[in-house]
Write a protein that binds this ligand. Structure first.
Ligand SMILES: Cc1cc2nc3c(=O)[nH]c(=O)nc-3n(C[C@H](O)[C@H](O)[C@H](O)COP(=O)(O)OP(=O)(O)OC[C@H]3O[C@@H](n4cnc5c(N)ncnc54)[C@H](O)[C@@H]3O)c2cc1C
Ligand SMILES: *[C@@H]1O[C@H](CO)[C@@H](O)[C@H](O)[C@H]1NC(C)=O
Ligand SMILES: *[C@@H]1O[C@H](CO)[C@@H](O)[C@H](O)[C@H]1NC(C)=O
Ligand SMILES: *[C@@H]1O[C@H](CO)[C@@H](O)[C@H](O)[C@H]1NC(C)=O
Length: 853
């Protein structure tokens, strides 16, 4: 057993090992990405991926504007554009899903990546004590598909009573029998034994399967559950209490986010525009307290777009209330403190925050019954082997399909819950792994556990066969809240989860840990000599292992969010002052504004939140269709000049998006390093170049980033001496005040030339003069087109000549923080009306930009 005497050296050892260990860094990700490119075009799915609608081609007015393309927003975008008469703009702050996010095993790596908003809670005295700065990390998806791209893919609906309780609180239309049809509407159940159940359906867009890979230990834990007296059953069926293999939102074993399920099939509809990298700053509200549009920013360009029917906030439980407050809707006193004029005093905005809190560090050692070297549980060292990659790329099976954080789960009752009610108060995540099995790469980093705690708990049992069973509170009584940090839309809100502020929550949690202990003592696990990790959290070393005090202390130290914050724009009847939206999800006091996402849950559901939020969006879509079905269009539709129908007739004007988006070459390196800037690059290696068909057995070895860049004949931008601002007269002319972005902006870039479409140019009149000078002044104009389906950067560039009747505009400026993101450029001589000119082509997030040198 560890002692304090060892502590001084252990954290250092642990940290050093983590830094220099040969584990999944950026190199491994790049190899994986390459392998997918070569072997798995099914994952790239280039044909169906959603295209970012060019900024220049957005209309000035849509019937509906949806803010946030997450679990809820993606569903709404699909369902509302089923009506061809309606135009819909979906604004998403993040980028498209990355192909790597589809691999279940990479679930923990996505946290703290660039597709995570990376929120953290305010420091607490009673919880998150073992985390760096006593702050728990709260990942949220900043990507098309939202948190459904980062989540653990567990498909759980909650308990029927959750919804019956919503209804009895005055939320007409939300009882279990009301909402079940909407669960069924989305669902494509692919687990054969459930396909005929009245609780499931097939043919919907959201596929449900078991995870494709399973560790042997998981079966043993399920067996132990049965020995304890629980059944193995369909926890999404008639009865919730019991154990099950996890139902998962996966398709052919790969993540099925809402972007995949709902947006890709709708991506080609002409009445749906998806604008990524578009951060909404506020909802615009007129003097009649009617929401008439939004203000957003894309690549530093401000824009206002109007909504003739509704603005719908689906920015999630943290940002929907933030946006309401920024727009003047919330607790009036709090808004004034931040210099925001309160339009509607709605004290409930940001309150009523609920989350599923869990006790981490509950890991158990056992003896591997196999004596031939095969693992019985998930072991990172063995997962990152070349044959794993081959299994995945070539045979479509193996470790990379494993969601080792929750292969199975259970819903159980503590002594505080009447077991006959089938309303379990504890959920257990059953993981065929534990934090010691990944050397600190996954769990430690994702949760923000301190080095010291990790070292003390795990360093002497690293990679010893282990599993964990994590208990979480299904219906916590504690309530937290959110506040604005300030009036800046780029500032993350202040998050106060208040875990365990209600003492009953701690009592239930400790009982949950006792149930875990009882499972581990069943014969199926006894046979494997299953036993608790003998090391205690350094903050709890004074207490006897598994004593009441120890478990309580562990809950307060090793506090885990199960990533389910909800309730911050609670639905409720008008007579409850804390209600933010009515049972049709309309914001009180403002017309034409709804909130549709996890924030509307009045009380958290007894299970994971993704499926319930998808249900909420399905139901909301039907309510919106109903509400507008008998309203005369007069006054609620965009003027014809703006509504884009004219645009659709003129298909030619859609040409530019083809040029700008379809011909961008694939740059695996920058794409991947953009997403995972947090992964170490040094020790990893990957002779990506050798990874061609027939040559896959060459053992990967390390190459540095510089080498990789050189190989590709692209130069990291910071290596360039030549690139100094300003770039030329064009830039001076189109100067935008850089102060609206925080920090220094060392470079200005102009994006790849867009078209100037004369008939729409009047749209931009509201922009400051001087932004739209003509460059070049005359045609024809030549530039290079790269072919996306031929990713080899060495391909011969095809000069492209614009038709003579088109004019080019210099495009608005794209001020970028070049220092933050890996960028690459190539230079090329091109001909312009002024003669030969040297330009740099710059690639950022899959978009090509032009720098005038
Ligand atoms: C790590 C993790 C694991 C999870 N595991 C599970 C699980 O296994 N099973 C499960 O059921 N649930 C799980 N969840 C929870 C579940 O995924 C979320 O509750 C659900 O996805 C939230 O849906 P939403 O529509 O409310 O918000 P989100 O899906 O988060 O969508 C909000 C969207 O709005 C965008 N946005 C925010 N602000 C703006 C703005 N100002 N302008 C433009 N766009 C904006 C965001 O980028 C995001 O795309 C997990 C969540 C996380 C983070
Ligand atoms: C080791 O033994 C187990 C159980 O018999 C078997 O499933 C597994 O395939 C074996 N592994 C190897 C590498 O032979
Ligand atoms: C891109 O390359 C593919 C494959 O070589 C070819 O079929 C396609 O026609 C090319 N597209 C264009 C626009 O050149
Ligand atoms: C571009 O043109 C300049 C001057 O005409 C020449 O010096 C330079 O080598 C050319 N660069 C390339 C890449 O062709």
């Amino acid at each position: 057993m560890s002692t304090y005497g060892q502590m001084s050296i252990r954290p250092i050892l642990s940290n050093t090992r983590i830094m220099f260990g040969l584990l999944p860094g950026l190199g491994a990700m790049i190899v994986l990405r390459m392998a997918i490119h070569i072997y798995r075009p099914d994952i790239e799915d280039a044909e169906h991926r959603v295209r970012d609608h060019p900024f220049e081609h957005l209309y000035d007015c849509y019937d509906f504007i949806i803010v946030g393309g997450g679990s809820a927003g993606a569903v709404l975008a699909n369902r509302l554009t089923e009506n061809p008469e309606w135009t819909v703009l979906l604004l998403e702050a993040g980028q498209d899903e990355n192909v790597l996010s589809e691999l279940p095993v990479l679930f923990p790596v996505l946290q703290t990546s660039s597709i995570d908003w990376q929120f953290v809670t305010e420091p607490g005295d009673e919880y998150c004590l073992s985390m760096v700065d006593k702050r728990c990390k709260w990942p949220r998806g900043k990507v098309l598909g939202g948190s459904s791209v980062l989540n653990a893919m567990l498909y759980i609906r909650g308990n029927r009573r959750d919804y019956d309780n919503w209804a009895s609180m005055g939320n007409t239309g939300w009882s279990f029998s009301d909402v079940l049809p909407y669960f069924l509407k989305s669902e494509d159940m692919r687990i054969p034994e459930y396909q005929d159940s009245p609780f499931h359906s097939t043919g919907g867009p959201l596929t449900i399967e078991y995870f494709k890979y399973e560790q042997p230990i998981t079966r043993k834990i399920l067996e132990a559950g049965q020995q304890l007296g629980y059944n193995i059953l369909d926890v999404n069926g008639a009865y919730q209490t019991g154990f099950t293999r996890s139902h998962a939102t996966v398709r052919d074993g790969l993540r099925c986010s809402t972007a995949k399920a709902f947006l890709r099939p709708a991506g080609k509809r002409l009445n749906l525009h998806v604008s990524m990298h578009s951060l909404v700053e506020k909802v615009l509200i007129d003097e009649h307290k009617k929401a008439y549009g939004v203000q957003f920013t894309k690549h530093g360009q401000h824009r206002i777009v109007k909504a003739s029917k509704e603005v719908i906030l689906s920015a999630g439980a943290i940002q929907s209330p933030q946006l309401l407050m920024l727009s003047g809707i919330g607790d009036a006193r709090h808004l004034k403190e931040n210099g925001i004029y309160p339009i509607v005093d709605l004290p409930g905005v940001g309150k009523n925050l609920q989350d599923h809190v869990a006790m981490g560090g509950h890991s158990f050692l056992f003896d591997n019954p196999y004596d031939n070297g095969t693992d019985y549980c998930f072991n990172l060292i063995n997962a990152y082997m070349l044959n794993t990659l081959i299994d995945f790329a070539v045979h479509k099976k193996g470790y990379l399909y494993s969601m080792m954080e929750a292969e199975a789960m259970a819903f159980v009752n503590t002594k505080f819950q009447d077991a006959t009610e089938d309303y379990p108060d504890i959920q257990l995540f059953i993981a065929p792994t534990a934090d010691n099995m990944d050397g600190g790469w996954f769990g430690k980093r994702a949760n923000g556990l301190t080095d010291e705690t990790y070292a003390e708990l795990y360093e002497d049992i690293l990679y010893d066969s282990s599993f964990s069973i994590v208990p979480l509170l299904l219906r916590p009584r504690s309530r937290g809240f959110l506040k604005l940090r300030d009036a800046n839309p780029y500032s993350p809100p202040l998050i106060y989860p208040n875990y365990y502020s209600d003492p009953q929550d701690m009592k239930v949690m400790v009982e949950g840990a006792r149930i875990v202990q009882a499972i581990v003592e069943q014969p199926a696990l006894r046979k494997l000599n299953a036993r608790p990790n003998p090391n205690r959290n350094p903050g709890c070393a004074d207490f006897d292992l598994m004593s009441q005090e120890h478990l309580e202390c562990q809950a307060r130290h090793h506090t885990l969010t199960i990533y389910h914050p909800v309730g911050t724009c609670a639905m409720g009847p008008v007579n409850i002052p804390e209600s933010v939206v009515d049972p049709r999800l309309r914001v009180y006091g403002i017309s034409n504004l709804r909130v549709v996402d996890g924030s509307i849950m009045p009380t958290i559901v007894s299970g994971n939140t993704n499926a319930p939020i998808i249900m909420i969006a399905e139901k909301a879509s039907d309510m919106i269709k109903e509400d507008w079905s008998d309203v005369a269009d007069y006054g609620n539709s965009c003027p014809p000049i703006y509504n884009g129908r004219q645009h659709q007739e003129n298909k030619e004007s859609d040409e530019p998006s083809k040029i700008n988006l379809n011909h961008i070459d694939l740059d695996v390196f920058s794409e991947t390093s953009n997403i995972f800037p947090h992964l170490p690059t040094d020790k990893f290696e990957v002779k990506a170049t050798k990874l061609k068909k027939g040559n896959i057995d060459s053992k990967p070895h390390l190459i540095s980033r510089e080498y990789e860049a050189k190989y590709k004949e692209i130069i990291p931008i910071h290596k360039s001496k030549d690139l100094k601002p300003p770039y030329g007269p064009e830039f001076q002319q189109n100067h935008i005040n850089p102060n609206f972005l925080p920090g220094n902006i060392p470079y200005y870039l102009t994006p790849y030339p867009y078209w100037n479409i004369p008939q729409y140019s009047d749209r931009y009149n509201w922009l400051p003069q001087g932004n739209y000078g003509q460059y070049p002044k005359q045609n024809p104009y030549q530039f290079n087109v790269m072919n996306r389906s031929r990713p080899n950067l060495k391909q011969k560039k095809r000069p492209y000549t614009l038709p003579a009747n088109h004019k080019l505009t210099p495009v608005q400026n794209y001020p970028y923080r070049v220092d933050q993101t890996p960028l690459f450029y190539e230079t090329e001589n091109i001909s312009t009306p002024k003669g030969q000119k040297c330009k740099a082509w710059l690639y950022y997030n899959g978009i090509k930009y032009e720098i005038v040198l």
